[in-house]
Design a protein around this ligand. Structure first.
Ligand code: AMP
Length: 291
């Protein structure tokens, strides 16, 4: 496995493989890797000849007062995990390599970026979309992999890639969960033991909504209330948002129709904001992500 720190060296690495006729898959991350990230790597390896992972804590997606400096970093462990999982190259640039000068250009996907998480974190998705565009311009992969866990991010990136006719196909990977159903996330480490014990009720609520859906329920309020009643049983959880949305536009829906829809939840547990999602595909019943 190669560790690459400059834009020039990554371009050269990709060019050499492309000259040899190999396909390139790309997994952008901010490090602190766990088995959720590794599901993206595994999918990438299955689809492509060469897998490149980027590890870059991107300052431009953190707002003032957000914890850019405190974001967990453990490069040695991340590299070890990538090596074990057969990654071909890790791109780990310094901030000055990615941003040699203050940016004058930014990518906005306003309709998708100003709602939900974007409402609480103004500018966050501009930072995400812009750094992903830069990374995709540098690596020029055939495919790039993003987790469905960060559903809004995936929607923003998909739309950006579509609008800007980007070369890479954007591939969404189902959410990886802990044994008790909590979506794997580096934030879970910040939960106290008591908070960690109750956190899976979010997913339990979603499973209750999914079983209603599989028996024919299509009304958003009813599906949402299954999640609300599960989380209300735990007073330490406060639901910040919970609604049914169109999977592509993220517009609020009153019913599931023939288009893919998603239940999106944001919840606060102590000082930690957790997000989770469940896609409801018309025609599907119990398939999709594993419980
Ligand atoms: P991050 O390093 O948190 O920016 O995440 C990098 C990528 O890994 C993003 O596309 C995330 O959506 C994805 N990811 C993180 N956790 C999970 C998970 N539990 N399941 C699937 N994908 C995940």
């Amino acid at each position: 496995m190669q560790t690459i720190t400059t834009v020039r060296d990554l371009r050269r690495f990709v060019w050499l493989h492309r000259q040899a006729g190999r396909t390139i898959g790309f997994v952008p991350t901010m490090g602190a890797l766990h088995h959720g990230h590794m599901a993206l790597v595994e999918r990438c390896r299955a689809d492509n000849d060469v897998t490149v992972v980027s590890i870059f804590v991107n300052p431009t997606q953190f707002g003032p007062g957000e914890d850019f400096d405190a974001y967990p970093r453990d490069l040695d462990r991340d590299l070890e995990l990538c090596r074990e999982h057969g990654v071909d190259a890790v791109f780990h640039p310094a901030v000055a390599e990615m941003y040699p000068e203050p940016l004058q250009t930014g990518i906005e996907v306003p309709a998708l970026s100003t709602i939900l998480i974007g409402e609480q974190r103004p500018g966050h998705f501009r930072g995400v979309a812009t750094v992903v565009a830069k990374l995709l311009n540098i690596a020029e992969p055939d495919r790039a992999y993003f987790g469905e866990k960060d559903f809004q991010q995936l929607a923003v990136v998909r739309r950006m890639a579509f609008d800007l006719s980007m070369r890479a196909s954007i591939v969404g990977v189902p959410t990886v969960r802990e044994a008790d159903g909590l979506a794997a996330s580096s934030r879970n480490k910040r939960l106290t033991p008591a908070e960690r014990r109750v956190a899976p009720v979010i997913h339990q609520g979603m499973l209750a909504a999914r079983s209603l859906f599989s028996t024919g329920e299509r009304d958003a309020a009813t599906l949402v209330s299954a999640i609300r009643s599960a989380t209300e049983r735990e007073p330490s959880i406060s639901l910040l948002s919970c609604d049914l949305r169109d999977s592509a536009t993220l517009g609020i829906l009153e019913r599931v129709t023939d288009k893919p829809a998603v239940l999106l939840v944001t919840a606060r547990l102590g000082s930690v904001v957790l997000i989770d999602q469940l896609e409801l595909r018309p025609g599907a019943t119990e398939e999709g992500e594993a419980a």
